[in-house]
Design a binder for this molecule. Structure first.
Ligand SMILES: [Zn+2]
Length: 212
């Protein structure tokens, strides 16, 4: 609807006619959001994605200020580290992507961050693959293919939050599977993530900001 247009702060990218309550504007670039993952237990709502900048939104779309507030929790004023929704891990993982955590609200890409920080006169000066987080994210994404819950292994070592399985026997089995499959999954994850990184599709990125 054109009535939402006046409130947009990114005049360079006009809203398409397809914007509607089901397709609210992307908080980063203003293009309509489309459905990606249906509402599911352990998430705050259905997940939408922007096909222009790649931002993922869980639940209500919110605005640029909301997305920037969430972004700032991933680092400081001069940079952040993101699980990249444009990465290969997100593509192979889909709903099982380890970057999708129970408390996730926004799922960032380098391009989405670029658009967002432009609102406060910042640019992304450097975007680098973050190898440790990248391999861990790919590893957990592979593991999620074997368990009822998600992100069980990373949560067990104090990284992020798990979406635990509903039933106690599933949770017990998940703990066992995570141990048994940990090493084979790691052996698969390392080359996958290295190849992804070569093609600039690593699972995690460190972004450094400069002010204009
Ligand atoms: Zn967007």
């Amino acid at each position: 609807m054109s009535s939402t247009r006046a409130s947009e702060r990114t005049p360079a990218v006009p809203l398409e006619a397809g914007a509607s309550p089901e397709n609210p504007p992307c908080p980063a670039c203003g293009e309509p959001l489309f459905g990606w993952i249906d509402r599911r237990a352990g998430l705050r709502g259905p997940v939408k994605r922007c096909e222009s900048c790649g931002l993922g939104v869980v639940g209500e779309a919110g605005g640029a200020a909301d997305a920037l507030a969430v972004l700032d929790r991933l680092g400081g004023a001069d940079g952040v580290r993101i699980a990249d929704r444009a990465g290969f891990a997100a593509w192979i993982g889909g709903a099982g992507w380890a970057g999708l955590e129970p408390e996730s609200r926004y799922l960032f890409t380098t391009e989405a961050v670029r658009r967002l920080v432009a609102n406060r006169d910042q640019v992304v000066a450097k975007a680098r693959w973050a190898p440790g987080t990248g391999i861990a994210t790919m590893w957990q994404t592979v593991l999620n293919g074997f368990t009822f819950g998600r992100n069980v292994a990373l949560a067990a070592i104090g990284q992020g939050t798990a979406a635990v399985a509903e039933r106690p026997w599933q949770r017990r089995l998940d703990a066992l599977i995570s141990v048994v499959v940990a090493i084979p999954a790691f052996l698969a994850a390392v080359p996958l993530e290295l190849i992804a990184a070569i093609f600039r599709r690593g699972a995690a990125k460190s972004l450094r900001f400069d002010s204009l």
